[in-house]
Design a protein. Structure first.
Lengths: 485, 219
């Protein structure tokens, strides 16, 4: 400081001393600031471009993986639909010859019965007309003729009654036949309705296959719509699987609490693996993980999940053996857990009894009877059920693994793009800052610049008077030629 | 056959690694309770039972507890009334605690006052016991008025070793003379603090309210 007690004056004096030097160094200072701006902007711009290119490549790769995965999934769905249709066709069409035979038999029978219904009683014999001619003969009081006619009349009446009775009997039979029709008609109707239902089921399956085929075609054509749909589906799967796994983790935590204390009875409570982690707690965790693994293998061998290709491609006999081994181990571990849960209850009761005996005050006696056994029973049941519940974690785990690739890939692309944007923006900011600094520099040395301008202006006035003189040089622009603002 | 060999070799290779992962430091807590039975302080012995009960409720499997009396000469194993290192199995540990509780209860009923008070001898004995346990945390609780009174033949004026041991004076009651001149009481405690610190003790505390013991032992 020139004047230590007057800082402002000191600074002003120093500034005034530095001003001519600053004016003299204007050009190199501008170059330096411009270069620094470019130096910072160039690599950032390059890095942003590289990141964007990497993001594009990654997106392309994600798309191909997503489409391949979707193709496989939809292909499997299609295969399953075809299997269902095949089963439907096999089940229904297998019965079709019998149904057809039954229908034909019923139709034949109905036709026969119908034909029988059509049979009318035989018409009156030809002699009826001869008889009618005889009846027209006039007796004229001839007794013999009268008697003959009476006999003919009685015979005709008798025959008429017989014919009438025959006619009635025939109609009665036809009515009976028509009555017999009814069950066949009903059966026919039922059979036709059944056939219709089956055909409708087949039709619905065919519609589902059509939808799947359309999806499959879109995936094969690698359309944006298919990609979008698959990404959305993966995101939904990811969220649902995560949610289910969080719930399962809660179950595992309860499971851990159930068996951690009694495990200390097996492996001791005084050993530590880390500063705070007891060996008994690790042992309890190991048991839970083994249960989850057994559940995983069980699901794999049941072909519900497909996390291990080796298990999927295993022979049928070996697969079944492995399934039984996993199941037996799971049941055994569940049994052990139930026993540990019981032991936990006993240990807690023992500890409570000890603490009560150590306490100075007399504690109220716990309620005896079957009610007091409910928590114990509940713990045992929970200890037995939870391993099986944990076994089902394999299903959301598979979904999680499958969808995590897509979701993670998409998130990474977004992250890379954001980084690229930030780098690009930072580069721009630095470049603009260098320009701002150049302007600020000129503002600082404003007074000498004004003098320079004034001198130039006066020179240019003189040059107008003397046109052969050299034209005045303009003040250097802030931006160089070709540089974009 | 090759596969079996591979599995066996993997298990053998993994075993030392897993064993190496184990935390070798001791997490056990060993407590040595010195109970003063001399003079008028013998009247306070019922409170000692409360402290023992509290310790039994607090200490875990693997921890150790010893209860010893302070008599005219306390540097002797015979002065240890009851001791136990609690089993790793909680059920066994509970059984040990019950036995220890009964032993201390019997002692409090039968205890007789001694003529002199040898706290230093008890401290040396306690330090030896605690070091033998190899526990990670070692605490000596002195249930006394901290007024040492030795006969002429007993020699205790030499440096003692209480390295890495926490020493807590519990229920340090004021004597009649302390009431006349409190500086005697404070001076007595300061002398003990200096002596214990010089002996290499990690901490020195005075707790007159037994309820404050909880926070200290858990800390």
């Amino acid at each position: 400081m020139i004047w230590p007690h007057n800082v402002a004056l000191s600074v002003l004096t120093l500034f005034l001393i530095a001003l001519p030097f600053l004016y003299a160094a204007r050009k190199p200072a501008h170059d330096l600031m411009r270069s620094l701006g470019k130096l910072a902007d160039g690599p950032l711009r390059l890095a942003a471009r590289w990141l964007l290119s990497a993001a594009a490549q990654m997106q392309e790769r994600n798309k191909s993986v997503l489409l391949a995965h979707g193709e496989e999934e939809v292909g499997q769905n299609l295969a399953r639909e075809f299997e269902r249709v095949a089963a439907l066709v096999k089940r229904d069409l297998e019965g079709y010859p019998a149904l057809q035979r039954k229908l034909l038999d019923e139709i034949t029978r109905v036709e026969e019965d119908y034909r029988k219904c059509g049979e009318v009683p035989p018409p009156a014999p030809d002699w009826v007309e001869a008889l009618a001619a005889i009846t027209r003969i006039k007796s004229n009081g001839n007794e013999m003729l009268q008697r003959i006619l009476e006999q003919i009349s009685s015979s005709v009446n008798e025959i008429h009654e017989k014919a009438l009775a025959e006619y009635r009997r025939a109609y009665e039979n036809r009515h009976k036949i028509l009555d017999g029709f009814m069950p066949f008609w009903r059966s026919l109707g039922d059979n036709l309705a059944q056939a219709d239902r089956k055909m409708t089921g087949l039709h619905e399956r065919a519609a589902a296959i059509d939808a799947q085929m359309e999806k499959f075609e879109q995936i094969v054509a690698a359309t944006d719509k298919a990609e979008h749909a698959l990404t959305l589906s993966a995101l939904t799967q990811f969220i649902v699987a995560t949610l289910v796994m969080v719930i399962a983790a809660g179950g595992a935590l309860i499971n851990f609490k159930l068996i951690a204390l009694p495990m200390s009875e097996m492996v001791g409570a005084g050993d530590y693996l880390t500063n705070t982690l007891r060996t008994s707690e690790v042992a309890a965790l190991v048991i839970i993980f083994v249960e989850a693994t057994m559940g995983l293998f069980l699901m794999e061998t049941l072909r519900i999940t497909h996390l291990f290709p080796r298990i999927s491609s295993m022979g049928e006999r070996m697969r079944k053996r492995m399934m039984w081994v996993a199941f037996v181990l799971l049941v055994t571990l569940a049994g052990i857990e139930a026993a540990l849960a019981l032991m936990r209850d006993m240990l807690i009761q023992d500890k409570q009894a000890l603490l009560q005996s150590l306490a100075a005050t007399q504690q109220a006696a716990a309620a005896e009877g079957w009610v007091s056994h409910i928590p114990t029973a509940g713990q045992m049941v929970l200890g037995f059920i939870l391993p099986f519940a944990l076994a089902f974690v394999a299903i959301p785990l598979e979904s999680f693994m499958a969808s995590a690739r897509t979701v993670g890939g998409a998130a990474l692309v977004i992250l890379i793009r954001t980084t690229a944007f930030v780098l690009r923006a930072a580069g721009n900011v630095l470049r603009q800052a260098s320009r701002a600094l150049i302007v600020a520099y000129d503002i600082v040395i404003g007074v000498p610049l004004l003098i320079e301008r004034w001198v130039r202006a006066s020179r240019s006035t003189r040059s107008e008077d003397a046109p052969h003189r050299e034209a005045p040089r303009a003040i250097e622009p802030v931006l160089e030629a070709g540089e974009q603002p | 056959m090759k596969r079996r060999t591979f599995v066996a070799v993997s298990a053998l290779l993994a075993a030392p690694f897993v064993a190496g992962c184990a935390d070798q430091r001791s997490h056990a807590h060993a407590v040595y309770l010195l109970v003063d039975t001399s003079g008028t302080y013998a009247e306070e012995i019922d409170k000692a039972q409360l402290i023992v009960n509290y310790l039994l409720g607090t200490l875990q499997s693997g921890d150790s507890l010893a209860v010893a009396r302070v008599r005219s000469r306390s540097f002797s194993e015979k002065d240890i009334i009851a001791k136990a290192t609690f089993d790793g199995r909680p059920s066994q540990a509970n059984a040990q605690k019950r036995v220890l509780r009964d032993q201390v209860a019997q002692f409090t009923k039968m205890a007789r006052g001694s003529t002199y008070t040898d706290i230093t001898g008890g401290l040396i004995q306690g330090a030896m016991f605690l070091n033998e346990t190899r526990a990670g945390r070692k605490t000596i609780l002195i249930f006394s008025d901290m007024q040492e009174d030795l006969d002429k033949q007993t020699i205790r004026n030499f440096p003692i070793d209480l390295k890495d041991i926490r020493v807590v004076a519990v229920n340090v009651v004021k004597l009649k003379t302390d009431n006349v001149d409190p500086r005697r009481y404070l001076g007595r405690l300061d002398d003990w603090q200096k002596r214990v610190r010089d002996a290499g003790a990690s901490e020195w505390h005075v707790i007159n309210d037994i309820e404050h013991l909880d926070a200290l032992l858990k800390g």
